[in-house]
Write a protein that binds this ligand. Structure first.
Ligand code: SF4
Length: 96
């Protein structure tokens, strides 16, 4: 994680893809110029499906679906949590 210095991080830049590089580099430039500490996270559930939690982590479709990470974050504060509005029950998680 880049950081402008070792002070407590004040700003987190969260990007969904390296294709957002042009955008987050502008933010980094401003933060560096103003000596504001920050960190940068490039997050993608599709890149790290093994980190998914709950039923999405168990789901046989996680490589092609992964659920909506924004809804998971909104509901739980953790973008890796299970998709809260998915009605699908993964086969491995079904109660027999
Ligand atoms: S549980 Fe639902 S939202 Fe999550 S990966 Fe499976 S189909 Fe997608």
């Amino acid at each position: 994680m880049p950081s402008s210095n070792s002070k407590k991080t004040l700003i987190s830049i969260i990007a969904g893809s390296v294709s957002d590089k042009e955008v987050y580099e502008k933010a980094e430039k401003v933060l560096k110029e103003n000596n504001i500490s920050y960190d940068l996270q490039i997050i993608s559930a599709h890149r790290d499906p093994d980190k998914l939690k709950g039923k999405c982590g168990l789901c046989e479709f996680k490589l092609i679906c992964s659920g909506c990470r924004a809804r998971a974050y909104f509901q739980t504060g953790d973008y890796l949590e299970e998709e809260p509005f998915c009605s699908y029950q993964p086969k491995v998680a079904k109660v027999v």
